[in-house]
Design a protein around this ligand. Structure first.
Ligand SMILES: [Cu+2]
Ligand SMILES: [Zn+2]
Length: 185
């Protein structure tokens, strides 16, 4: 039994929720058993206070990049947009991050639409504690250090409102409220 199988057996046999077990099994199937994110981002408010409000991680998996993490300090029940923007700067209240990451010059769309922006992601909805999580496989980006589809050194932007997945160029998601530079984990 190699280390990976042992880790899986331990987790699956523990009192952890079933999802924890399945996650480890999925990781084994994807050939990236160590659960090491390649990239990460600390999300901070852009109101000048730079208060940390979340963490995001990116990990290569079969057919794409798993984007996972959480946002905190949201209004309970609130749904907000999260995107990867094309420039790795959070200056000027997040405006310096530019538009959505769009290496193939596509329109803004639903994140599952292969004909949409590579930086489009699903909306997040806060629970009663104001915490929202994401766990999504983006098939249009790379977690490599560089390259046309790499999101290394780009930026996450959290908006004040939900993305409608159709308005151009950015889903009518409202003001930029938080931002994080994506960097090597
Ligand atoms: Cu955005
Ligand atoms: Zn977009």
């Amino acid at each position: 039994m190699n280390k990976t199988m042992l880790a899986s057996a331990l987790l699956c046999g523990s009192a952890l929720a079933m999802t924890g077990c399945q996650t480890v099994e999925n990781q084994m199937q994807t050939g990236n058993p160590l659960n090491q994110p390649a990239l990460k981002s600390t999300i901070k408010t852009v109101d000048g206070k730079e208060k940390e409000v979340g963490q995001m991680f990116l990990r290569p998996v079969d057919g794409g990049v798993q984007v996972y993490g959480k946002l905190m300090n949201l209004q309970p029940g609130k749904t907000v947009a999260l995107h990867i923007h094309e420039t790795g700067s959070c200056a000027d209240m997040g405006k310096a991050a530019g538009g959505h990451f769009n290496p193939d010059n596509k329109p803004h769309s639903n994140p599952d639409d292969m004909n949409g922006h590579a930086g489009d992601l699903p909306n997040l909805t806060a629970n009663e504690d104001g915490v929202a999580t994401i766990n999504y496989v983006n098939k249009k980006i790379s977690a490599a250090e560089a390259g046309k589809y790499s999101v290394n050194r780009l930026a996450f932007i959290v908006h004040a409102n939900a993305d409608d997945y159709k308005s151009q160029p950015a889903g009518n998601a409202g003001d930029r409220v938080a931002c994080g530079i994506i960097e090597k984990a």
